[in-house]
Design a protein around this ligand. Structure first.
Ligand code: ADP
Length: 699
């Protein structure tokens, strides 16, 4: 071994000395002791160094142990403090590096001081009382204190105090071992907070919650579960789960026993539990944890939900039955146009082969476009569909005509839940039969109305007939009666000539009555629709001339009727009887309502009516025009003249029945012809146009 130079020797000696110093308790309280102790230790270090250098003898076991303990104290992770119990106020005489590291105070700063500075101003700690009592009594104790580092930050100090007694039993020192348990305390605090939160949550859970050991004992239960059995939660801890003598408790115990016996990690099942003498439905969920040594169980009362489900199921099945049996086509869609509900009638109506149940959830946004051709106006159908969807307004009984002639009625209902639009309902009904029935009803109503009007007209006719006959028949009847009475009483006194004149009066009156009755009969026949033209070949011109003569004679030639004829009217096909009614009524009226001796003209024209400017053959007609210079017809009454029994206001002083023109009009119509009247103040002109080659009508 090479000998070190004097400088190296010195350094090594100092190293031994310093290491010995480091491993030695620092006895600050007694400077002299310290100085002597240092010198002694230095000498011992020097001695050992020299021995090692010259003889290298081995250390003694005691020395090695001391050295090892000193090194252990220094290397300890725990802070170590030694206080001198023999001095007042227990001054610190030693702190190890771990103390310095934990507290931030250096040894120099703390030696000679009492350790209480570590608690800062945080004096309100019950553990301090405990600590003081132990120090006072010279007994060991372990406390956890809130201490403060040099920089003021808090750390939790688990302090273990051990009193040291000498051989005479005198308390000499206290050794304090500090452990920084801040992290543990923080973890415990966090754990406690998490536990509190968990308990708050589980207590708030509207269900029964429990933790159970695999030996079927309660670890813990929530408040709700405990309250169900009127017990505090603590009463359950460590109890066998069937400890409550209740059917539901026994049921639960059995269930959990099976669960733990099985290899299943979790179960979820519905069960009926008797609570307060009522059967309630519970959903029980349990999950194993801690390597299947415990389980967590939650039971939720689902009675209301079950009842609601049952009610919903009943409603749904009623709704489904209703939908299936409904004659209307029903479609309910959500806000994204997906089918929510659809019935078979809808599918049948719109030719959808897929069963309704398979259509649920399918996209129906293209429905209007796909179905538009079924409707009479396809584009209008699409346009209206889009408009309805956009407006989101209820639409009811909207009629749609289909291309095949059927009629549908449509309803649209937007569906809102709490003012949020969430879909729509469409309903279609085939109302074709109803529409037809309505139409038929309308026709029937119209027919009924017409029948009623006819009835009313007939009633009016009857009353007018009664008033007319009572008036018109009275005169000839009284004439007949008076002439007959006179003849009865005085005929033997009268000349034959006078008797004859009374007989003629009777005959004229009777003829007049016969004429009246004829008119009534013809008018009645016409009103009953039984007047029919039966055309025969006729020399019309000759017929008219003879009629004119006849009428002139019967009026005793008091009027001149000027007849003229245009065209070839010798070969016509007309109903002679009806023609006679037409012309005799018009001619006799012309005479009756004209002053004596005034001119009456009767023009007959057989001609072809020109239809247009082409050379095509027009219609062959015969036109009669009878014109007088008489009293005329007041404005506003001309159209009424053709009604049965109607008489103009200016004709009341002239006898008449008001039936003549009614008969004329019906006879004209039976020939398919027309009649018009023209009266401009003085005189009246009636024009009758009869077609020669049309089918005659039954009037
Ligand atoms: P009547 O002559 O018996 O009263 P009609 O039916 O023949 O019945 O005529 C109806 C009414 O038409 C007459 O009451 C009269 O007021 C009016 N009338 C018909 N012909 C003429 C005529 N040529 N000039 C003026 N009034 C006429």
């Amino acid at each position: 071994m090479a000998i070190a130079p004097p400088g190296v020797f010195f350094n090594n000696a100092l190293g031994y000395f310093l290491s010995a110093l480091d491993a030695t308790m620092v006895l600050q309280s007694d400077v002299e002791v310290w100085q002597w102790f240092a010198l002694l230790m230095g000498a011992i270090a020097l001695f050992f160094w020299l021995r090692q250098r010259r003889f290298s003898p081995p250390k003694t076991a005691w020395e090695s142990n001391v050295h090892l303990r000193d090194r252990a104290l220094a290397a300890s992770c725990n802070g170590i403090v030694i206080s001198d119990a023999r001095q007042p106020d227990l001054p610190v005489i030693y702190v190890n590096p771990a103390f310095e590291r934990i507290t931030g105070y250096s040894a120099a700063e703390v030696l000679g001081k009492n350790c209480r500075f570590l608690k800062g101003s945080d004096c309100d700690q019950p553990e301090l009382t405990q600590l003081r009592a132990a120090l006072q009594a010279g007994k060991p104790c372990i406390v956890i204190l809130r201490n403060y580092r040099r920089d003021g930050t808090l750390f939790w100090n688990e302090l273990s105090i051990s009193p040291i007694y000498d051989s005479s039993g005198t308390l000499t020192h206290f050794i304090g071992i500090q452990t920084d348990v801040t992290e543990r305390k923080q973890f415990e605090a966090a754990l406690q907070q998490a536990k509190d939160q968990m308990r708050a949550i589980l207590d708030a859970v509207p269900g029964v919650v429990s933790w159970i050991n695999s030996d079927l004992r309660y670890i813990e239960v929530n408040r709700h579960l405990a309250a169900t059995f009127n017990l505090p939660p603590e009463d359950f801890v460590n109890q066998q789960i069937g400890f409550i003598k209740h059917r539901s408790s026994a049921q639960f115990a059995e269930l959990m026993a099976h669960f733990f016996a099985s290899s299943t990690a979790e179960i979820s099942q519905e069960t009926v539990v008797e609570v307060d003498n009522q059967e309630r439905n519970y959903l029980l969920v349990a999950q194993k944890y801690d390597r299947d040594r415990a389980a967590f169980s939650v039971g939720i009362d689902i009675t209301e939900r079950k009842q609601a489900e049952e009610a919903l199921r009943a409603t749904t099945s009623r709704l489904t039955a209703l939908m299936a049996n409904l004659q209307a086509s029903v479609l309910v869609k959500d806000e994204w146009q997906r089918v929510v509900l659809i019935n078979q009638t809808f599918c049948d109506t719109f030719g959808i082969a897929t069963p309704p149940s398979e259509l649920i959830g399918t996209d129906f946004s293209e429905f209007s476009e796909q179905q538009k051709c079924r409707f009479a106006e396809p584009e209008k159908f699409v346009q209206r569909w889009t408009e309805i969807l956009k407006n989101r307004q209820v639409v009811t009984n909207e009629e749609l005509l289909l291309a095949d002639g059927r009629t549908f009625e449509r309803d649209y209902v937007p569906i809102f839940v709490e003012e949020n639009y969430c879909g729509n309902l469409w309903m279609y009904r085939d109302i074709t039969q109803r529409k037809q029935a309505e139409k038929a009803l309308l026709v029937t109503q119209e027919e009924l109305r017409q029948a009623l009007a006819k009835e009313k007209e007939l009633n009016e006719l009857k009353s007018r007939f009664i008033s007319m006959t009572s008036h018109e028949f009275r005169t000839p009847l009284s004439t007949i009666l008076s002439s007959a009475e006179l003849l009865e009483h005085y005929r033997h006194k009268w000349t034959e000539e006078k008797q004859l004149s009374h007989i003629q009066r009777i005959q004229i009156a009777v003829n007049h009555m016969v004429h009246l009755l004829n008119d009534v009969l013809i008018a009645g026949k016409a009103e009953a629709g039984k007047l029919e033209a039966s055309r025969t070949r006729l020399n019309l011109e000759k017929f008219c001339r003879e009629l004119v003569e006849e009428i002139q004679l019967s009026s005793q030639n008091q009027h001149e009727i000027a007849f003229s004829c245009q065209g070839k009217c010798t070969d016509c096909y007309l109903d002679e009887k009806l023609l006679r009614q037409i012309l005799s009524n018009l001619l006799s009226n012309a005479l009756k309502y004209s002053p004596l001796g005034s001119a009456v003209t009767f023009q007959l024209a057989c001609q072809e009516l020109t239809v247009d400017n082409n050379c095509s053959q027009g219609e062959q007609v015969v036109i009669f025009q009878i014109q007088d210079q008489g009293i005329g017809i007041p404005v506003g009454e001309r159209e009424l003249l053709f009604d049965s029994f109607y008489r103009a206001t200016n004709a009341s002083h002239i006898p008449g029945t008001g039936l003549g023109l009614t008969i004329v009009k019906r006879c004209v119509e039976a020939h398919g012809g027309q009649i018009s009247v023209n009266s401009t103040g003085v005189g009246t002109t009636f024009t009758v146009t009869l077609p020669m080659a049309v089918e005659d009508r039954k009037i």
